[in-house]
Every structure is written in structure tokens, then in C-alpha cells.
Design a protein around this ligand. Structure first.
Ligand code: XMP
Length: 326
């Protein structure tokens, strides 16, 4: 629409005005909001924006490549990918408690991002430049919820071994502050971002780490990633991916059940499908997916993912269930 075309032009102008000839940094999460915010800023200031993507190893199949390859191809953004999966997995070793996992993932994320930001600042400094701005994909509902404030962000340095703790202070750039989610998707489309990114369903920051009930390991992540990819593939083949709010796929890694395959007994793990319908994720109902789609997903997962011998459907509304299992 005309309005969205105006939004792009107006935001690009506003960003140029705010940042001038200085530099900015943006953390990409793999989600729609940070990608669209970064694409707008890239259009406004080009290579004076550096994007940082922390690969925590907890993303779904193809998502990291989508940012590394497709996002960069479309926007031409200067992207630094930090592969921190080893660091996240060691920090998560032996941990099963959901809140603990969330805390650890959040803490490691800040550490890695902060180090990346320090590196970007050090590189800029070599050219006599400073990095003063942090781009964030804050949407209108977030602005309302947080009381409308804006201004600066402070990243406190925790692991600055041998030196004084250094506070990194940035002025925030929030080009999506006046927009709702569907408007952000429209802006993203206008900026040429692929549908797979623009139509992406909500996905939690801690990623697959909170979709494995039990300890998170590389092997378990691989199992869950395969099952999740099959579910997503079949949901989009049935054109249901844009109908439902989201469909977490959960691996019950601490549960085993007996099965039979070929002429052998199996003792594998269950996968839970959690398709939900919702307006805002505050409440949700379980989606009555067509039986034939469920059957296809179940058959494929149990055939194609060796460690899984059972697929179950979560038929709980929210409340009392949450959308995620952890
Ligand atoms: P629950 O499980 O609380 O989830 O019903 C509500 C919505 O929030 C998403 N979710 C998260 N998103 N970081 C996020 O960015 C998180 O830690 C997180 N936990 C849950 C969830 O996918 C659902 O859309």
C-alpha cells in the first residue's frame, strides 16, 4: 500500500537524520523484527551499520543460513556471524530445569553479543570512528507495554578480564516503534526480504533449548531439528503455516516408550506437536489440524528420525498450558 511505501521512505530519512555520518550496530535474532529494522537502517546508512548474529546453536534447520545468506544477499548488510554453539552447549551441560536453561542462555547471549560489540567498536576505532547507535526492532505494542520510554541502552561488561569493567552506552535507533506486526511484515516485503523470513512465526529467544524436555545436547538438538523441519514442511505444504499462530515441536528427551519397527523393538523418544491458534499469545487454543496432515507429519517423523518412535498431539488450551513446554 501507499502508506507502507511512505513508511519506508520516512523511516530511511529519519534514520539518516538521527545517525548522520556515524556508525551503528544491530543484533539480528533470526526473527522478523530485527531483520526489518536492520534492513531499514542498512538502506539509510549502508555499511556504517554492522549487524551481529549470535549463533547459539539452538536455531531450527536452515534459520542461520537464512540470515547468513538470504538476508545478506537482499540487503547487502555487513554481517558478523559469531558461532558460539560450543559455548552455549557447555554452559547448558547437565541442566534440565527450564528457568535455569533460560537464565544460562540469556547470560551467554549477552556475553557473546557484548564481546562482538567490543570488537566492532575496536575496528571502528582503528579508522578513528565511534559506534554510537544500537538498532532495535521494538514494535508499537512493546513501546506501549513499556510505558513509551526511549533513549539509551547500556551493556555492562562482565568479563573484561584484567581491565576495568567497561560500560558500553548506545543511543537507541528504533525504526519500527510506530508499527504493528503485520505492518512490519509489509515493510519487510517492500525491502525485498524473503517470505520465509517475513512470514516467520514467533520463535522464542532461547530457541530449541526450551523445546527439549531434559538436558540440551548436540545430538538431541539434531533429532529435534529434523522433526521440526518435517512438521514445518508439511504445515506449509498444506498452507496451514500462515493460518496457525505457531506450532512448537517438542522433544521429550527424558521420556522413552516402546515401539516396533520392521521386526525389531524400539525404545525411542516422543515428539510433541503443539499447534496453537491465538491473537496475541496471551491466550491460545489448540488448533484442530486436519487428521491427514497430522498423519503425514507423524508418519514422516517416525520414519525419517531414527530416535523418535512416537508422535503425540498437545490438546491443551492456554491457560492452563503455556504455548511452550518450558
Ligand atoms: P508461552 O509459552 O509463555 O509463550 O505461552 C508465549 C509466546 O512467547 C513466546 N516465548 C518467548 N519469546 N523469548 C521470546 O522471545 C522467550 O524466552 C520466550 N518464551 C516464550 C512463545 O513462543 C509464544 O509465542
Amino acid at each position: 500500500s501507499w502508506t507502507m511505501a511512505n513508511v519506508v521512505d520516512e523511516q530511511v530519512a529519519a534514520i539518516r537524520e538521527q545517525i548522520g555520518d556515524r556508525r551503528a550496530i544491530c543484533g539480528l535474532s533470526g526473527g522478523v523484527d530485527s531483520a526489518v529494522a536492520a534492513a531499514l537502517v542498512q538502506r539509510a546508512i549502508g555499511d556504517r551499520l554492522t549487524c551481529v548474529y549470535v549463533d547459539h546453536g539452538l536455531m531450527r534447520q536452515g534459520e542461520t543460513e537464512q540470515i547468513e545468506r538470504d538476508f545478506v544477499a537482499v540487503t547487502g548488510a555487513d554481517l558478523r556471524v559469531v558461532d558460539a554453539s560450543d559455548q552455549f552447549l557447555s554452559a547448558l551441560a547437565g541442566v534440565s530445569d527450564p528457568e535455569q536453561k533460560r537464565k544460562i542462555i540469556g547470560r551467554e547471549f549477552i556475553r557473546v553479543f557484548e564481546q562482538a560489540a567490543l570488537d566492532v567498536i575496536a575496528d571502528a576505532k582503528e579508522h578513528g570512528e565511534t559506534v554510537d547507535f544500537l538498532v532495535q526492532g521494538t514494535l508499537y505494542p512493546d513501546v506501549v507495554e513499556s510505558g513509551g520510554g526511549t533513549g539509551t541502552a547500556n551493556i555492562k561488561s562482565h568479563h573484561n578480564v584484567g581491565g576495568l569493567p567497561e560500560d558500553l552506552t548506545f543511543t537507541l535507533v528504533e525504526p519500527l516503534r510506530t508499527l504493528f506486526k503485520d505492518e512490519v511484515r509489509e515493510v519487510g516485503r517492500r525491502l525485498g526480504l524473503p517470505d520465509t523470513l517475513v512470514q516467520r512465526q514467533p520463535f522464542p529467544g532461547p530457541g530449541l533449548g526450551i523445546r527439549i524436555v531434559g538436558e540440551v545436547t548436540r545430538e538431541r538438538l539434531d533429532v529435534l531439528r529434523q522433526a521440526d523441519a518435517i512438521a514445518r514442511e508439511e504445515l506449509s505444504a498444506a498452507h496451514l503455516d500462515t493460518e496457525i499462530w505457531q506450532c512448537p515441536v517438542v522433544l521429550l528427551a527424558d521420556v522413552r516408550s516402546v515401539g516396533v519397527q520392521g521386526d525389531g523393538r524400539t525404545y525411542g523418544h516422543p515428539i510433541v506437536l503443539r499447534p496453537v491458534s491465538s491473537e496475541d499469545a496471551m491466550t491460545a487454543d489448540w488448533t484442530r489440524l486436519p487428521y491427514d496432515v497430522l498423519a503425514k507429519i507423524s508418519t514422516r517423523i517416525t520414519n525419517e528420525v531414527a530416535e523418535v518412535n512416537r508422535v503425540v498431539l498437545d490438546v491443551t488450551s492456554k491457560p492452563p498450558g503455556t504455548i511452550e513446554w518450558e
